[in-house]
Design a binder for this molecule. Structure first.
Ligand code: TXA
Ligand code: MG
Length: 311
C-alpha cells in the first residue's frame, strides 16, 4: 500500500505523531534530506526501520531532538560542545557524545554503542513533529540502502512509499546534503562526516577540528565507528550450548535468553544488543543459535560476526 503524502499542518502532524507512538514509520522533511523517522525508544520500531531501509548492517542512527535541552538530557556535552550546539542548533550539525545512563534511545538505534549521535533539526515540520511526539526520533535518510538521499517528498514516495506509513511533504530540502557529523567527546572536535556545516565555521566556535574520516567509511577503524564488542567469547551457529556457555536462542529452543521464540527477525533485531549485553555480564562464553540469512537476518548475522571477531 502506498503511504499518504500530506502537507504538514496541525492535523497531519498529530496523525504522524500518533503513528510514531504506535511504532510506525514516518518520512519527515529536514533541512538536509528527508529522514525516515521512528520512535528512538522503541526497539521494534527501530528494527522495522532497518528492515525498510534494507540495510545489510545496523549502523548507529542519529537521534533528532526538539530542543538543545532535550538533546543535553540524552548525551554528555562538554562546555565547548554546548557552545558549538548553541551556535548551530537548530541546524545541520550532528554531535557524537557519550550517552547518559538514562538515555531513552534504545540499544539497537545505537548499534549497541555507548555513544549517541544527536541533532536538533531546523526544518519547521521536523520541529513540529518532534514537539508533538515529545521524545527523540531516530531518522536515517529516507532512501533504500545504496540509493541516493531524498531531497523531495516525491523521491521518498517513489523509493519508499510502500514501506512507510506516512510521508510529510515539507517541500524541497534547502541544504540537500546530510548533516555534518562531529565526535564531540574529546577536548577538540573530530570530523566524522562532511556535510552542510563547513569545517571552517566549526573552527570559529571550537578550534582544533581534526579530520577523522567518514563515519560510514572510517579511515582509522577502531578510533571512529567502533562496533559493539562483548567481552565474552561468541560461538556462532550453535545447535546447543556447551557446559559453561550461555545460549542465545532463536526460534523454539531452550535458551538462556531467546532473541525470538517465534522466529521473528524483527523481534530478534530489537532484542539483539540488549540481550548480548545481559549475557556478557553473566557469562564469559556465549553460544548463539543460527539466524536465517534473509531480510533482517543479514544485518543480525553481520553484527554477530563482528562481535565474534571482537574487532
Ligand atoms: O542530515 C542528516 O544527518 C540526515 C537527516 C535525516 O537528519 N540523517 C542521516 O542519517 O544522514 P544516516 O543514518 O544516514 O547517517 C548517520 C551518520 C552515519 O554516518 C553514522 O555512521 C553516524 O551518523 N553515526 C551515528 N551514530 C554514531 C556514533 N555513535 N558514532 C559515530 N558515528 C555515528
Ligand atoms: Mg544515508
Amino acid at each position: 500500500m502506498q503511504a499518504p503524502v500530506l502537507t504538514p499542518d496541525a492535523a497531519s502532524i498529530a496523525r504522524a505523531a500518533a503513528i510514531l507512538k504506535d511504532g510506525g514509520l514516518v518520512a519527515m522533511p529536514t533541512e538536509t534530506v528527508y529522514g525516515l523517522a521512528a520512535d528512538a525508544a522503541n526497539a521494534d520500531a527501530v528494527a522495522r526501520l532497518y528492515a525498510a531501509k534494507g540495510r545489510p548492517a545496523f549502523n548507529p542512527l542519529i537521534a533528532h531532538c526538539a530542543s538543545p535541552d532535550a538533546a543535553f538530557s540524552q548525551g554528555k556535552f562538554s562546555d565547548q560542545a554546548r557552545k558549538l550546539a548553541a551556535a548551530f542548533w537548530p541546524g545541520p550539525l550532528t554531535f557524537v557524545v557519550d550517552a547518559v545512563d538514562a538515555t531513552t534511545v534504545c540499544a539497537l538505534a545505537r548499534a549497541g554503542l555507548d555513544t549517541l549521535a544527536l541533532r536538533v533539526p531546523a526544518h519547521p515540520a521536523a520541529r513540529a513533529l518532534l514537539e508533538a511526539f515529545g521524545g527523540p526520533l531516530v531518522a536515517p535518510s529516507a532512501n533504500p540502502s545504496g540509493r541516493i538521499s531524498p531531497t523531495r517528498a516525491e523521491h521518498v514516495a517513489s523509493d519508499m512509499g510502500d514501506r512507510v506509513d506516512l510521508i510529510l511533504d515539507g517541500g524541497p530540502c534547502t541544504e540537500g546534503i546530510e548533516s555534518t557529523v562531529i565526535d564531540a567527546r574529546g577536548p577538540s572536535p573530530v570530523l566524522l562526516r562532511q556535510g552542510s556545516v563547513l569545517p571552517e565555521d566549526i573552527e570559529k566556535v571550537w578550534p582544533g577540528l581534526s579530520s577523522g574520516g567518514d563515519g560510514d567509511k572510517p579511515t582509522s577503524p577502531g578510533q571512529l565507528l567502533r562496533h559493539y564488542a562483548p567481552k565474552a567469547k561468541l560461538r556462532l551457529d550453535a545447535g546447543a550450548p556447551e557446559p559453561g556457555e550461555a545460549f542465545l536462542g532463536f526460534g523454539p529452543v531452550e535458551a538462556t535468553l531467546n532473541l525470538s521464540p517465534s522466529g521473528d527477525l524483527v523481534e530478534a533485531a530489537a532484542n539483539l544488543f540488549a540481550m548480548m549485553r545481559t549475557l556478557d555480564r553473566s557469562h564469559t562464553r556465549i553460544a548463539v543459535a543460527p539466524i536465517p540469512p534473509g531480510g533482517l537476518g543479514a544485518a543480525i548475522n553481520d553484527r554477530l560476526a563482528r562481535a565474534a571477531r571482537q574487532d
